[in-house]
Design a protein around this ligand. Structure first.
Ligand code: SF4
Length: 309
């Protein structure tokens, strides 16, 4: 979103959760990764980028799970990371990817105190406001009450929330239902963040079929089609109209099965992807607005074909 971002994923012990749509834990270690190895990774990163380290404005940190899980990314590793990040003299945002369970007052207060970044951001995967889809289908095991409590905590501490919001998260959804659900999730998050005075960013995730995930089999059986890139654009337009900053994930990191993401659809238009990519960087509404009318039509078409089927 206009900032030069150093985005890093550390190799640690795998996430202990087993969400049905996610295969990130397969890329992590089954065993605990010692502190020494993690500090070596931190050193590697700062050495690799030493010549441009002062030019980064954002540091986004994850571990294919929850970077604030102290059993996997130890407090000493975090302290070391934050200390080395002092070399990033233009740092505006320190972004930490985590489940809400790990958002603890003491930890966040410490982070706000120690970092040289202007904004501490925590990025959580709430995905969808539909409790049945989120917990029974996606297997997130994440309750609204917990998220709402953490939103209030973030508001008190002045920490920003970024939330992943899945586009078309339900295996049986049409394009229009998928967009409606994403917007309902955005509205839910916006209402709670406004009440708590918590700054909010939406990270829109066009759902993809993750190769080998438990949900992939279900999606195949019911003939799930990933959302269109046109639907991504339409959703961005609606979120922007609500006055919320939105960033879209356009790369599935080779985790999708063949034709398992928007780029594998017959109606995929790479020009629209480029527009979204540019919008990610600039948040310039004039880039996306001209597409509005055509997009309405393509999205409706898909709903009609499903209805006749
Ligand atoms: S979605 Fe997040 S919490 Fe769930 S398994 Fe994947 S990394 Fe873990």
């Amino acid at each position: 979103m206009g900032l030069k971002d150093l985005c890093v994923s550390f190799y640690t012990q795998k996430c202990q959760h087993a969400c049905s749509f996610c295969i990130l834990p397969t890329r992590s270690s089954r065993l605990p990764v010692p502190l020494k190895s993690i500090t070596r990774q931190i050193d590697w990163m700062f050495n690799r980028y030493k010549d441009e380290i002062e030019t980064f404005q954002q540091l986004s940190v994850g571990n294919e799970g929850s970077i604030l899980d102290e059993k996997r990314f130890y407090p000493d590793a975090m302290n070391y990371l934050v200390k080395r990040a002092q070399a990033m003299t233009r740092l505006k945002v320190l972004s930490l990817e985590t489940r809400p369970e790990y958002l603890k007052k003491r930890l966040l207060e410490e982070m706000v105190r120690k970092t040289n970044a202007d904004i501490v951001d925590t990025t959580v995967g709430f995905e969808t406001q539909d409790d049945r889809i989120r917990n029974a289908i996606l297997g997130k095991n994440m309750q609204r009450s917990l998220l709402e409590e953490k939103i209030r905590l973030l508001g008190r501490l002045g920490v920003r929330l970024t939330s992943y919001v899945m586009l078309k998260p339900g295996p049986l959804m049409t394009e229009e239902e998928g967009i409606r659900e994403a917007l309902a999730t955005v509205d839910y998050l916006q209402a709670h963040c406004q009440r708590a005075h918590t700054a909010l960013v939406i990270y829109l995730s066009p759902t993809y079929i993750a190769r080998g995930s438990p949900l992939a089999g279900v999606m195949r059986r019911v003939g799930y089609r990933p959302p269109k890139i046109q639907s991504v654009l339409k959703t961005i337009i609606e979120i922007t109209r609500r006055g919320i900053a939105v960033y879209t994930g356009l790369w599935c990191e080779n985790l999708a099965e063949d034709k398992g993401d928007f780029s594998g659809r017959d109606d995929y238009d790479p020009r629209i992807r480029n527009v979204v990519k540019e919008f990610n960087k600039t948040q310039d509404f004039s880039l996306v607005e001209p597409y509005k009318e055509n997009i309405e039509e393509t999205v409706r078409d898909d709903a009609r074909s499903k209805a006749s089927h």
